[in-house]
Design a protein around this ligand. Structure first.
Ligand SMILES: [Zn+2]
Length: 150
């Protein structure tokens, strides 16, 4: 079942939340501030920012924080994600965060990559994580959010 297209006001809410979170990122080591926001199945927006740690491997991505906030607030599905970062190159979700999305999102879930001014690119989860491993691999009968069985 295809996802409902994002409305412009939903995109604006996601951008605003992700940009606010980006400003609060804890990134004293990389100085690379990232914000993210996800839209849940109740039309609520949850934001996260990257949180670095002096013990480097413990740093956490903005997308992971946004997804954790969604779950902590009772959301069950990610209907869209916006990630905001600076620089010349697109700040796309890392491989780990693509997999985190896979747990709660559908193949056609939009992932928007933005900077402080504009949306620079738009992908679907399947474009960023083709043939992903998901919950249905471990639990027969769990619906395949990618909408197909292989
Ligand atoms: Zn990540």
């Amino acid at each position: 079942m295809p996802s409902t297209p994002l409305a412009p006001h939903q995109i604006e809410r996601l951008l605003e939340a992700a940009r606010s979170a980006q400003k609060r990122a804890h990134a004293p080591y990389s100085r690379f501030h990232v914000g993210a926001a996800v839209l849940d199945d109740q039309d609520r927006v949850h934001a996260g920012c990257n949180v670095e740690n002096a013990a480097y491997p413990l740093g956490m991505c903005a997308e992971a924080g946004a997804i954790a906030a969604l779950i902590a607030n009772g959301g069950t599905r990610v209907l869209a994600l916006v990630v905001v970062g600076d620089g010349e190159n697109l700040v796309t979700p890392c491989g780990g965060c693509r997999q985190r999305m896979r747990e709660f999102a559908a193949a056609d879930t939009p992932i928007l990559v933005a900077d402080r001014e504009r949306v620079r690119a738009r992908f679907t989860l399947e474009q960023l994580l083709p043939h992903g491993f998901g919950p249905e691999n471990l639990k027969p009968g769990v619906p395949n959010l990618l909408g197909r069985s292989e």
